[in-house]
Design a protein around this ligand. Structure first.
Ligand SMILES: *[C@@H]1O[C@H](CO)[C@@H](O)[C@H](O)[C@H]1NC(C)=O
Ligand SMILES: *[C@@H]1O[C@H](CO)[C@@H](O)[C@H](O)[C@H]1NC(C)=O
Ligand SMILES: *[C@@H]1O[C@H](CO)[C@@H](O)[C@H](O)[C@H]1NC(C)=O
Ligand SMILES: *[C@@H]1O[C@H](CO)[C@@H](O)[C@H](O)[C@H]1NC(C)=O
Length: 337
């Protein structure tokens, strides 16, 4: 019997053919259903960074796949993003330590029309009392419902804060890393290589907090050469015995921090590089996904002299560090005029 006879005969073979057609149809349906499921699964993964995106019809064609998670279209409750509702926003956090140039760095960032960095929001103890108060504060911030002097217009494209290691960041690092990765927040580590200079700056700043040298007000950052000169007149006396341990401590904290937060999308920036490397700020702007432009700050550096002029007991300090792994701190300037 040939196949043709199958086709022509309408007898007992007919049900067999129907069953075959039915099975093929069933299989086709199954394949469609299965791949449809996969598509929805995939898009769910892509949109992991926040439910706000599921509600937003904004296109994200220009965004490379690996960055998808870090691109957001927030819908603040307190205002409308208007014409820029479909301009993507990057969330960032500057992780740093006191007297590492972060105040200056933040004013530089905020001179960009599309960047809003909202300061040390965790300097307020209540916000960092426990992990849940930290995460709640971050949620509110990253919804862009946070109004500080750094607030820009509806066309903000990078939004963040500055966070000191000792403001609950290290204590709750596991919860915070989890949050940053889930939410799609990028990290800029801003550290100062010369820990000795940082310690001197901390001591000088502590002294001014007590003595208020500028007409009775304390200033951590100044805007004029005259003010800088007045503050730089004070030469702290360093506790020589505690010097090496405290440098070592600070270096350990930085290393631990980099270790804890290594799984985040991040860049590492050194204060000394922001000063010396003309491309450092371009790299930051590229990282934040904003148009690169010249940034400016009105801040004036306080300590511009060579180290021996900044410290009361320089000879002792020099002798203490001579021969240690930190000796290079004593001869490196961090400021090039
Ligand atoms: C966290 O701190 C807040 C106060 O800021 C408090 O109301 C809340 O009960 C605390 N939560 C936990 C889990 O301790
Ligand atoms: C930056 O801001 C300007 C003006 O506010 C706006 O026109 C522009 O689209 C913004 N750029 C980005 C990348 O959001
Ligand atoms: C302190 O106040 C006097 C008088 O108001 C003013 O001339 C001077 O510039 C002020 N100095 C500083 C460092 O602010
Ligand atoms: C460090 O100590 C050695 C030996 O005491 C001395 O010769 C050298 O001049 C010192 N270096 C500095 C920079 O003071």
């Amino acid at each position: 019997m040939s196949v043709y006879s199958l086709k022509s005969s309408k007898g007992p073979l007919f049900p067999l053919r129907s069953i075959l057609v039915f099975l093929i149809a069933l299989f086709g349906f199954y394949v469609c259903y299965f791949s449809f499921n996969q598509i929805t699964l995939e898009s769910k993964d892509n949109l992991i960074s926040g439910e706000e995106q599921l509600r937003t019809p904004c296109g994200r064609r220009a965004v490379p796949n690996e960055l998808m998670q870090y691109v957001h279209f927030p819908k603040p409750a307190s205002y409308n993003r208007g014409e820029c509702a479909c301009n993507p926003v990057r969330f960032f956090v500057i992780i740093t330590m006191q007297r590492s140039g972060s105040g200056w760095f933040e004013t530089l960032l905020n001179s960009h029309p599309n960047v809003s960095s909202n300061g040390e929001i965790f300097s307020i103890r209540k916000r960092r009392e426990n992990a849940s108060s930290i995460l709640r504060t971050l949620d509110k911030l990253y919804n862009l419902d946070w109004h500080t002097s750094a607030a820009k217009n509806e066309c903000t494209a990078a939004f963040g804060l500055k966070w000191m290691l000792n403001q609950g960041l290290m204590g709750h690092h596991k919860d915070i890393v989890n949050y940053l990765n889930k939410k799609g927040v990028m990290v800029i580590f801003l550290f100062r290589r010369n820990t000795l200079r940082r310690i001197i700056s901390v001591l000088a700043n502590d002294y001014d907090r007590k003595t208020k040298q500028l007409n009775g007000t304390h200033k951590s950052h100044v805007h004029s050469k005259e003010e800088a000169e007045i503050l730089a007149r004070f030469k702290p006396k360093l506790d020589v015995a505690a010097l090496v341990p405290s440098i070592r401590n600070a270096e350990q904290s930085m290393a631990d921090c980099l270790d804890h937060f290594s799984s985040t999308r991040h860049m590492i920036l050194f204060y000394e590089d922001v000063i010396r490397d003309p491309n450092a700020l371009s790299r930051v702007q590229e990282f934040l996904g904003v148009p690169v432009m010249r940034l400016f700050s009105r801040h004036v550096k306080i300590h511009t002299s060579p180290l021996p002029d900044l410290v009361d007991n320089w000879d002792d300090v020099n002798e203490e560090l001579n021969g240690t792994e930190y000796a290079h701190f004593t001869d490196s300037a961090d400021y090039v005029k």
